[in-house]
Design a protein around this ligand. Structure first.
Ligand SMILES: Cc1ncc(COP(=O)(O)O)c(C=O)c1O
Length: 492
């Protein structure tokens, strides 16, 4: 490869697609819609023709994700340099497949890997695929806010003391709420034992491009991290990156694992969006992120005087294992005015046309990116001011969710996944071994994993969501009238 032509001022994959579209050959490959001609007319009108000319395949100009040597290789190479990795892979199945590939690359069947209890459900899928044995780490709980805090170095040290053969630790940092663990110290603890630190950095790709945000995982010594570039950094949904920076990770194994979890027909539209997002992050990321920070801080300051509304800020750093906070995440509550997070989210959407990312019992979460505007902020502020004014007589919501303690693990996730199951009525689930996971969505964090015994505490926690008709990911019966448990073979 000619180093000279690969500069951060280029978008090699975008260029390759553009060049192909200029040539516009008679097309006899997949996809069958042949540019825009074979697409439903209404769809075409609504979406616009140009989109379809990016929906190509491995042509002589556009390279092959699974054996990248041309435009995709160049685009990945530029991203690698931008993020400071040894190796970077474009992902077209989101950080979901990045988490799977990380676990598959760190631990073989039967080997131990430490997983935080607040891991995304894609981590469970990685455990099922790999057959690795999870040791669960419980994040601290912030009593003040009800949020899950960081994974402490003490809990990692303790875990290694009891499991010296553990191959690696996975940490989610930043979390959905922007909460960061002390990754530098955790990396040092792992490396002392030749174990790897994997970071689910789905929410943290922007951190590498501004001093106003927490440091990125690779900058703190992580061996691998997966990032949803689509979540905050301008790429299209499903577009993520997997970075490796480690002497402990076998790159060929990573490649093989990516073959396992990614489509053989990757979307060029998604990959081009990664190339373009990298360009913006690299060339103007600092300014863009400053804008996002400014907007978020504007809202935070303006909410301060409003009685009954709280927006979490840097005051939580240093508590509950929280090492840093991404201040572009606005975690806002009105529970002192009698409004749960769910209720506040619904009112904001129905009455004020503001759609926030998620709600929990106490809070809503608004994600602020550089693509937001001052008008968006004012709309949210105006809505919250009006809601606060109308609910000044409300009684505080007393109850708030505290993530339940981990239940007894009877079978590994993989063993449970491949065991025979039966349905029981939800009311009879306590004491049975779960045959499926339950993850209230959003945020998609599993409360019970397959192979774990349903405790009363976990049942009560899930029941609260069920009563409020929240979405669940995992159960075959999404309304949870029935629950799949491991079949009691003594009945046969
Ligand atoms: C912490 C975390 N990890 C992983 C994922 C999965 O990422 P993706 O949507 O890019 O597959 C999510 C999605 O919300 C997430 O919040």
């Amino acid at each position: 490869m000619n180093e000279k032509i690969i500069t951060q001022k280029k978008m090699p994959l975008l260029d390759a697609i553009e060049k192909y579209n200029k040539k516009k050959p008679a097309y006899f490959c997949t996809p069958g819609h042949r540019y825009e001609k074979g697409v439903n007319l209404r769809f075409r009108k609504l979406v616009g023709d140009a989109v379809f000319s990016f929906d190509l395949t491995e042509t002589p100009y556009t390279d092959d994700l699974h054996n990248a040597m041309g435009a995709i290789w160049e685009a990945e190479e530029l991203a690698r340099k931008s993020f400071g990795a040894d190796d970077t892979h474009f992902l077209i199945n989101g950080t979901t497949c990045g988490n799977q590939a990380m676990i598959l690359s760190a631990a073989f069947e039967g080997e131990k890997i430490a997983i935080p209890r607040n891991a995304h459900k894609s981590v469970l899928m990685g455990l099922i695929l790999s057959g690795a044995e999870p040791i669960y780490l419980m994040p601290e709980i912030s009593q003040d806010t009800g949020l899950l805090g960081g994974i402490t170095t003490e809990s990692v040290e303790e875990m290694f003391a009891e499991n010296p053969d553990c191959k690696g630790v996975l940490v989610v940092s930043p979390t959905y709420y922007g909460i960061c663990s002390d990754l530098s110290s955790i990396a040092a603890i792992c490396h002392k034992r030749d174990a790897v630190l994997l970071v689910d950095e789905a929410h943290g790709a922007h951190c590498y491009f501004s001093d106003l945000l927490p440091k990125g995982a690779l900058e703190q010594g992580a061996d691998m991290c997966a990032q949803s570039i689509h979540k905050v950094a301008g790429a299209l949904t499903q577009s993520s990156m997997l970075h490796v920076k480690s002497k402990l990770i076998d790159q060929q194994r990573v490649d093989a694992n990516l073959h396992l979890v990614q489509s053989t027909s990757p979307s060029y539209l998604l990959m081009a969006s990664l190339d373009a997002a990298r360009y913006d992050l690299e060339n103007k990321g600092k300014a863009l992120i400053s804008k996002a920070v400014e907007l978020a801080e504007y809202v935070r300051a303006a909410l301060k005087p409003i009685r009954g509304i709280r927006c979490i800020g840097r005051e939580i750093v240093g508590t509950a294992g929280i090492n840093d906070l991404d201040i572009t995440r606005l975690t806002i509550s009105a529970f002192e005015l009698g409004l749960s997070g769910y209720c506040l989210k619904d009112i904001l959407f129905e009455e004020y046309n503001c759609d926030v990312e998620l709600a929990d019992d106490k809070n809503i979460l608004a994600i602020i990116t550089f693509a937001n505007t001052k008008e968006d902020m004012d709309q949210l502020l105006n809505a919250l001011s009006c809601i606060a004014a109308m609910h000044q007589d409300g009684e505080p919501v007393i109850r708030h969710e505290i993530f339940p303690a981990s239940p007894e693990q009877v079978l590994s996730p993989r063993k449970a996944y491949f065991s025979r199951k039966e349905d029981v009525e939800w009311k009879d689930a306590v004491g049975r071994i779960a045959g499926e996971l339950i993850a209230p969505y959003p945020p998609g964090i599993p409360v019970i994993y397959p192979g774990e015994r349903m405790s009363q505490e976990i049942w009560d926690f899930i029941e609260e969501y069920r009563i409020h008709k929240r979405h669940f990911h995992g159960p075959a019966d999404s309304k949870l009238r029935y629950f799949k448990v491991i079949k009691d073979e003594s009945d046969d």
